[in-house]
Design a protein around this ligand. Structure first.
Ligand SMILES: *C1O[C@H](CO)[C@@H](O)[C@H](O)[C@H]1NC(C)=O
Ligand SMILES: *[C@@H]1O[C@H](CO)[C@@H](O)[C@H](O)[C@H]1NC(C)=O
Ligand SMILES: *[C@@H]1O[C@H](CO)[C@@H](O)[C@H](O)[C@H]1NC(C)=O
Ligand SMILES: *[C@@H]1O[C@H](CO)[C@@H](O)[C@H](O)[C@H]1NC(C)=O
Ligand SMILES: *[C@@H]1O[C@H](CO)[C@@H](O)[C@H](O)[C@H]1NC(C)=O
Ligand SMILES: [Zn+2]
Length: 275
């Protein structure tokens, strides 16, 4: 009410500046419980009249966060050399030591440990509490759900924000990145299985859709992988798909319920698990 008129003028000028282009996208802090959604945006259309600026809310879109952190010192492709994987011990098990932030509740921790138990039950990966190991993951309540790709050496962050990331499938997804797996829709042969609709992908997000030089280990493309993005990931226009399965556009992608059979097979192949 007591707003300095100069201040409101400058806000007005700012809004005029952005009203000429597309809707303004405002990230919402809330996260939904559905596994394949980790971030929402509100599209706000701004209209200007001679006397006032009104904000008209458009549709909310659900986007998946780009959740891979690429270490500056190492090219992610380097992870395809065995240097970026965790080591198998002489009992043929692969220990991945971890520590967990004290910010999590005991419920959060049991959700995290239950997700880890899927790997224990189906593969030779063993997430173990760290004692004095040099290389380990540090599970922290940072701003989002993300991980480095593969073992980077020393302490490496895996972030599960308490509000929005502590869900079974999301935890599996990020832990699988830490084991060295890329997103399925970026694998080398993906153009035979999905069409990327670049026209709906913001330039600054295009890297999330770049093909990677992946080692597919003779396994077929997996629409049901926990590492696959959903159809409208990062879309600039509500409802427009950025990824469309081909030839059958109705095939489901982007599930965040559980590791798929092929996700499990690939872990076992990559790490030489005897199961
Ligand atoms: C993911 O999003 C798609 C498209 O919005 C939806 O159809 C699907 O049910 C969602 N999957 C999960 C696991 O929530
Ligand atoms: C290999 O790792 C497993 C799981 O942590 C452990 O029980 C076992 O003692 C380890 N074997 C050796 C030889 O270190
Ligand atoms: C893994 O196996 C244990 C022991 O059988 C079981 O209690 C646990 O629920 C299983 N975890 C998952 C995620 O299936
Ligand atoms: C960890 O502790 C064990 C037992 O004290 C020791 O044998 C091992 O060398 C230590 N490892 C590292 C990386 O310091
Ligand atoms: C894939 O299959 C080919 C032919 O069957 C074989 O030569 C190759 O070693 C396999 N690669 C892997 C990673 O299993
Ligand atoms: Zn991811």
């Amino acid at each position: 009410d007591n707003m300095d008129p100069r201040a409101s003028l400058s806000i007005l000028v700012l809004l005029v500046g952005i009203s000429l282009a597309n809707p303004v996208r405002i990230p919402l802090k809330g996260f939904t419980k559905s596994g394949n959604i980790s971030k929402m945006w509100l599209n706000v259309h701004i209209f200007l009249s001679s006397k006032y600026v009104s904000l008209i809310t458009g549709s909310a879109e659900h986007l998946i966060e780009g959740d891979l952190v690429f270490p500056k010192t190492k090219n992610a492709l380097y992870c395809l050399n065995n240097n970026c994987f965790w080591k198998r011990n002489s009992s043929n098990l692969v220990e991945v030591p971890y520590i967990v932030s004290s910010e999590y509740s005991s419920t959060d921790i049991s959700v995290i440990q239950n997700a880890m138990s899927t790997f224990h039950n189906k593969t030779c990966i063993r997430f173990i509490p760290r004692s004095n190991q040099t290389d380990y993951i540090s599970i922290e309540n940072k701003d989002g759900c993300y991980s480095y790709l593969g073992r980077i050496g020393g302490k490496q962050l895996v972030s599960f924000k308490r509000t929005g990331c502590v869900y079974h499938g999301i935890i599996q997804h990020e832990l699988n990145h830490a084991l060295g797996f890329y997103h399925e829709h970026t694998r080398s042969d993906r153009d035979q299985y999905v069409k990327i609709n670049w026209e709906y992908i913001p330039t600054e997000k295009a890297s999330n859709f770049q093909i990677r030089n992946t080692n597919n280990q003779n396994t077929t493309y997996d629409y049901g992988s926990i590492m696959h993005y959903g159809k409208i990931a990062f879309t600039t226009q509500a409802g427009k798909e950025t990824i469309t399965p081909i030839p059958d556009a109705t095939v489901a992608i982007g599930q965040r319920q559980d590791l798929s059979k092929l996700d499990i097979l690939r872990i076992n192949k990559l790490y030489g698990c005897v199961v």
